[in-house]
Design a protein around this ligand. Structure first.
Ligand code: NAP
Length: 259
């Protein structure tokens, strides 16, 4: 079978460890022949992401905290230096989110201004700033992919401020798809079902959620990181060339169920 991403370069933000959805995506992109550029948030993750990146044969592994404008300038420099021919980039995967732990367990109405703004900054605005930074390098078109969750449009207990950030993120996907579409840059979100990762463990009640999914989801099981990753391959590849501005659910069908 031909590799679906041969000749493409992908920048992946959000690998923290081997449980990260971004890591599953990086593995699938590698399998399909993509050249990889990976980032980590700070010193704390440098060693782990360095080891994972080396295993994947990543062309560059560098620090990028999306709340720091200077890191986005460095991101552009690194893409220019390590991207494909003439610094070309074909895919951006944005797999980043953060909210204060206390905002993911107490009632939403108690969210502080600072907690609300932090979640929006890291989890939603960063897609806008990252897309703006890399769009000039997508000289032959491209694909921007972010990760979202059902809590954007439905009330999911404890997801709270992150649900509001994901709602903003999904709106950003639509606006960015309109702005960048004339440059043949597609922008989409994958709405994944719950997967046990460090971020997901920050939401109180994750285990109960994972137990409830197989009882109600049409496929009678949870989704896997590999299924999320293969959908990212589709969106990054030419097979996804007609898809933009969308939210694709990879959740064993859970979101279609009513009572
Ligand atoms: P994860 O492994 O913890 O990934 C989250 C990533 O965000 C980490 O690499 C984290 O880095 C990074 N990050 C946080 N603040 C950052 C900042 N200021 N600058 C740069 N990076 C920052 O968890 P995950 O579940 O794979 O999450 C990836 C994405 O999938 C998130 O958008 C999440 O909301 C979404 N998603 C997850 C699920 C699920 O059930 N797991 C379901 C649907 C959607 P550090 O670890 O270094 O802080």
């Amino acid at each position: 079978m031909p590799e679906l991403l041969a000749g493409k370069t992908a920048l992946i933000l959000g690998v923290a460890n081997k449980w990260s959805l971004a890591y599953a995506i990086a593995q699938a992109f590698r399998r399909e022949g993509a050249k990889l550029l990976l980032t980590y948030q700070g010193e704390r993750q440098k060693e782990t992401v360095g080891e994972l990146g080396a295993e994947l044969g990543a062309a560059a592994i560098f620090e990028c905290d999306v709340t720091r404008d200077e890191d986005l300038v460095k991101l552009a420099d690194t893409v220019r230096q390590h991207g494909g021919p003439n610094g070309r980039l074909d895919t951006l995967v944005h797999s980043i989110a953060f909210a204060n732990r206390e905002d993911l367990s107490r009632p939403f109405v108690e969210t502080s201004r600072a907690g609300y703004l932090l979640a929006q900054d890291v989890s939603a605005y960063s897609l806008v700033s990252a897309a703006r930074t890399i769009a000039p390098f997508m000289t032959e078109g491209g694909s921007v992919i972010t990760l979202t969750y059902l809590g954007a449009t439905r009330v999911v207990t404890n997801y709270n401020v992150m649900g509001v950030a994901k709602a903003a993120l999904e709106a950003c996907v639509r606006y960015l798809s309109s702005d960048l579409g004339p440059s043949n840059i597609r922008v989409n979100a994958i709405s994944a079902g719950p997967v046990k990762t460090v971020s997901a463990r920050g939401v109180a009640g994750l285990t109960k959620m994972l137990e409830a999914m197989p009882l109600r989801a049409p496929l009678r099981r949870n989704c896997t990181p590999e299924e999320v990753a293969d959908t990212a391959v589709f969106l990054a590849s030419d097979l996804g060339r007609g898809v933009t501005g969308n939210v694709l659910f990879v959740d064993a069908g859970y979101q279609v169920m009513g009572f």
